[in-house]
Design a protein around this ligand. Structure first.
Ligand code: PAF
Length: 284
């Protein structure tokens, strides 16, 4: 596996591969890799494909009181996992190249509307940070295809919107959420949970499943959401939001909408957890 730090090295390698007719596949990450990340990479592997993974803890997507300083950084373990998986190139960007004048001075990519609701409302600036860094990484890596996890559903939709709006020549594919045996969606932040919180954490997905069942059976959606909120609170979660939205644009569903997604964000102690379930309702 090649490991590069500079834009120039990555560009040169990508140009060589493209000249050989190879397809460039890309998975951007913030490291601390778990089975969820590795499944994104598995999804892209194939003949004639060169797989590039970046690891960069992006300061622009962390709020002032968030965990940028303590976000788990496990480069040696990550490198080993990527090597074993057969990744071709690990890109470890230098902050001085990603944000030459510092993150605050960087030109930004803003995705209005979609970036301001749900996660964006609770974490102002978060999606601008994500869209900005992903845009820059795409410009450096110039992938033909990139993969993002369905676990971060709103992030996935924002990347899709950015790529469509800016006519970026990259195909976006998604990979299903990978879960622990008890149903908890895998996330690097799960390791912040205490042993007791970890046991409770699995209930988040159970409550979402109940909401999906209620909504699918035609229960009034306001009632279904109130019920789900009460169930989360009874399980010691501090509820940020639990909602049912349209899959495509995360708008409030209207009569006739059939492709829906239930999304939730909660706090358990100091740890913020998110999860979602896509589902379809039959309106006939
Ligand atoms: O999902 C993540 O790990 C990050 O938001 C991403 C897409 C790598 C951008 O920093």
């Amino acid at each position: 596996m090649l490991t590069f730090n500079t834009i120039q090295q990555v560009r040169q390698q990508v140009a060589d591969w493209k000249q050989q007719g190879r397809r460039i596949a890309f998975v951007p990450t913030m490291g601390n890799l778990h089975a969820g990340h590795l499944s994104l990479m598995e999804q892209l592997k194939g003949d004639e494909v060169c797989l590039i993974v970046s690891i960069y803890v992006n300061p622009l997507q962390f709020g002032k009181n968030e965990d940028f300083g303590t976000y788990p950084r496990t480069l040696d373990e990550d490198s080993q996992k990527l090597e074993q998986l057969g990744v071709d190139l690990l890109y470890l960007p230098e902050s001085t190249e990603i944000y030459p004048d510092g993150p605050e001075a960087a030109t930004r990519v803003i995705v209005p509307g979609l970036a301001d609701i749900l996660e964006g409302e609770s974490r102002p600036g978060f999606f601008t940070g994500v869209a900005t860094v992903v845009n820059k990484l795409f410009n450096i890596v110039q992938p033909d295809v990139a993969c993002f996890g369905a676990k971060d559903y709103q992030q996935l939709q924002i990347i899709r919107r950015m790529v469509a709006d800016l006519a970026m020549p990259v195909e976006i594919v998604s990979a299903p959420t990978i879960r622990e045996p008890d149903g908890l969606a895998m996330s690097s932040r799960n390791q912040y949970l205490t042993a007791e919180e970890r046991i409770h954490a699995a209930k988040l997905n159970v409550c979402l499943q109940h909401l999906v069942k209620d909504a699918s059976q035609g229960t009034d959606s306001n009632y279904a959401v109130i019920h789900a909120t009460q169930e989360l609170e009874a399980n010691a979660f501090n509820v940020d939001y639990i909602v049912v939205r349209r899959q495509q644009d995360l708008g409030v569903p209207e009569p006739g909408d059939t492709q829906l997604v239930a999304l939730a964000a909660v706090k358990l102690g100091k740890t913020r957890l998110i999860d979602n379930i896509c589902f379809e309702i039959n309106n006939t």
